[in-house]
Design a protein around this ligand. Structure first.
Ligand code: ATP
Ligand code: MG
Length: 183
């Protein structure tokens, strides 16, 4: 499964609808300081359900919404859509027949978030569920940010285990067991 497209609108510096195409397995995003490279990564993490504004380099969740510039007024909502290529069938089960999987999150200034999976409203949990065990998640190892390498090297065994369990695909079953035990 590969991330094909990132569609941004009203998110941080991307006020106008913008589509970032990722045509290959290796794509570099280059540009001068402050042009929005890290904002693209924040966007991916945000759609996957990141709920900490600090991890998105902001003070509050509304900081992800374009807050105006010298020439543009602030906007009222931000939305991000990730389009994954699932033609290799990585996501099986009910998603097996979809060659593309779309995950979308939008938020307004009242901090109300909406999540959509292939165009249908869903809970944040449904998105987490789809990606649990694939390595993609708001804090998973598919996004290696500054400082993370040293955090992994210095991690305590129990912290390291979380990464290993995600890589081995066990985290999904552990989560299911936790849910069952709660009932
Ligand atoms: P560097 O090379 O320094 O890492 P970068 O390309 O990663 O830079 P980003 O951190 O992605 O840059 O973008 C920072 C820019 O995004 C700043 O100009 C900041 O003003 C702008 N920005 C962040 N949040 C918002 C927002 N809510 N509304 C408008 N602009 C925003
Ligand atoms: Mg940056």
């Amino acid at each position: 499964m590969r991330l094909k497209k990132i569609k941004l609108a009203g998110f941080k510096s991307f006020v106008d609808p913008t589509t970032v195409h990722l045509p290959g397995n290796l794509v570099g995003i280059v540009g001068p300081n402050g042009c929005g490279k890290s904002n693209v990564i924040d966007a991916v993490r945000w759609v996957m359900g990141e709920s900490s504004a600090k991890h998105l380099r902001g003070e509050s969740m509304a900081d992800v919404i374009f807050n105006g510039s010298s020439s543009r007024k602030p906007v009222g909502q931000a939305s991000i859509e990730l389009v994954f290529d699932n033609s290799d069938g990585t996501l099986g089960g009910q998603y097996a027949s979809y060659s593309e999987i779309s995950v979308k999150r939008q938020v307004n200034r009242e901090a109300q978030s909406q999540y959509l999976l292939n165009g249908t409203r869903c809970r944040k949990r449904d998105i987490t569920d789809v990606f649990l065990g694939t390595g993609l998640g708001p804090r998973s190892y598919s996004i290696i940010e500054q400082g993370m390498i040293s955090r992994i090297i210095e991690a305590k065994p129990e912290e390291l285990r979380v990464y290993l369990e995600e890589a081995a695909g066990i985290s999904l079953y552990k989560e299911r067991r936790r849910e069952t035990e709660r009932r």
